[in-house]
Design a protein around this ligand. Structure first.
Ligand code: 5AD
Ligand code: SF4
Length: 443
């Protein structure tokens, strides 16, 4: 009987992508995936360090995993517990101290060494093996080929960050920017399409600062890569995330005019509407520059709609600064957004700023902002009622005979639909809408 692994993923889409690649690696190593943790011979947590809450969750999950490990030991079953992802990069010593029963911990740039580590563990029981190198070799060269899991796939094209926003851990956890070569990305994309992908979402912490080499060794920008991926036969939809406003150049804006595969939805985090706060955050854009980029993008494709990330309660944020954020939301009218209370992250410049905002104020501002964001989201969803969209059905719905998919605008849509339509793009008429989803009828 083959050994089983269980993997739980925290955080961003990059982590979802990494977990998928880890799963393929483990399958090649003779493991089979299970969704039942207590059945697993190998339990893996792929972790996120972006905010305190996300990072702390891992330790409670680890505690639970240890209890299960002890229960299984009574039945003479071994359990390997492993941690990967950004928490490892930032808190490797903490893991070894707070959860000494963890067998191994691998950073986001070293998870390709998992097979070696597993072999090593069988030799050296009872010790936490840690590898948080920033290795010279690119992990992608060592991973087994990626393949589609459904109609929609992520593809990492760039990793790491050189921007050093003063609140953010990413430059420390994911390291300096690295762009994969164009050919390598196209090869992975072709294989994803061959195995059933209709939609590719190109990923990177700063995806549009991509600057990978083409076959001849020439450095190419993100727009070049988008054009190349869009040319691939069989690819119906293309998205990318997350982009950095200052790196949205004219070539990229043109892609939104020219490429029919590129979906009319763009996640372009602004973080704050106040120039004073943007400066303190070390963002390379101010409010006016951001708005100008949005306007140019929407001129290139008038159907385009925006989404964003916001942080409230950054050190020094006054009521007036916060008002600026609200007014920016009113200007752009985002159709979706993620908003967070500022979380102090050790080692980042903002963590030691003296003008920290009170928790109570942060909470109030978050409530106010989210109410406004939800209003626009609801309004947009309601405006879709009666319209038809192409929907890519991605999973079974909660009820029998129902499928859930995404519209071009990333809205969740559920409809009565036959299983045969799973992983297909289908024309659907929207019949009703709420803040979080649409309900439709297959046309
Ligand atoms: N506190 C709160 N939110 C943060 N983000 C990044 N770092 C922090 C932090 N220290 C948010 C930003 C980013 C998203 C991925 O997480 O909005 O765009
Ligand atoms: Fe979290 Fe950032 Fe790491 Fe993604 S890259 S898992 S958001 S810390």
């Amino acid at each position: 009987m083959s050994k089983k692994f269980f993997i739980k993923t925290f955080g961003c889409q990059m982590n979802v992508y990494d977990s998928h690649r880890i799963a393929i690696m483990l399958e090649n190593f003779g493991f089979e995936e299970t969704s039942v943790q207590s059945e697993a011979d190998l339990v893996l947590f792929n972790t996120c360090h972006i905010r305190e809450k996300a990072a702390e969750k891992v330790f409670s999950d680890l505690g639970r995993a240890y209890l299960i490990k002890q229960e299984r030991a009574v039945l003479n079953k071994d359990t390997i517990i492993g941690v990967t992802g950004c928490v490892v990069q930032a808190e490797d010593e903490q893991i070894a101290k707070r959860a000494p029963y963890v067998d191994f911990a691998l950073g986001p740039l070293t998870y390709h060494r998992l097979p070696e580590i597993l072999t090593e563990i069988s030799r050296q029981k009872g010790q936490t093996l840690i590898d948080t190198d920033f290795p010279a070799e690119a992990k992608f060269d060592f991973l087994p080929q990626n393949r589609a899991e459904g109609g929609c796939s992520f593809l990492a094209v760039q990793e790491g960050c050189n921007n050093f926003c003063t609140y953010c851990v990413v430059p420390y956890t994911r390291g300096a920017e690295y762009s994969r070569p164009v050919e390598e990305i196209l090869e992975e994309a072709r294989h994803l399409i061959k195995t059933g992908t209709l939609e590719i979402n190109l990923l990177g912490q700063n995806v549009n600062s991509y600057h990978g080499e083409d076959k001849s060794g020439k450095e190419r920008n993100f727009a070049y890569l988008l054009n190349k991926v869009a040319e691939l036969e069989g690819l119906k939809r293309l998205r990318y995330t997350t982009s950095y406003p200052a790196d949205v150049d004219d070539d990229l804006i043109e892609c939104h005019h020219n490429l029919k595969q590129l979906m009319p939805y763009l996640h372009l985090p602004v973080q704050s509407g106040s120039n004073k706060i943007l400066k303190a955050m070390n963002r390379r854009h101010n409010r006016e520059q951001y708005l100008e980029k949005v306007e140019k993008l929407m001129t290139a494709n008038p159907d385009l709609r925006m989404s964003s990330d916001f942080i409230v309660g950054f050190p020094g944020e006054t009521d007036e600064d916060f008002e600026q954020t609200l007014s920016l939301v009113n200007q752009v009218q985002y159709i979706q957004a993620f908003s967070f209370k500022y979380s102090r992250r050790a080692g980042t410049p903002a963590a030691v700023m003296i003008n920290q905002v009170e928790e109570k104020v942060k909470k109030q501002r978050l409530d106010t902002l989210q109410n406004l964001l939800f209003d626009y989201q609801t309004k947009f969803n309601m405006s879709c009622v009666g319209k038809e969209f192409d929907v890519l059905f991605e999973q079974n719905g909660r009820h029998k005979g129902q499928l859930i998919g995404r519209t071009p605008y990333m809205q969740n849509l559920h409809a009565k639909a036959d299983k045969s339509l799973l992983n297909k793009i289908v024309r659907v008429r929207v019949e009703s809408a709420t803040t979080n989803s649409l309900c439709g009828k297959v046309v």
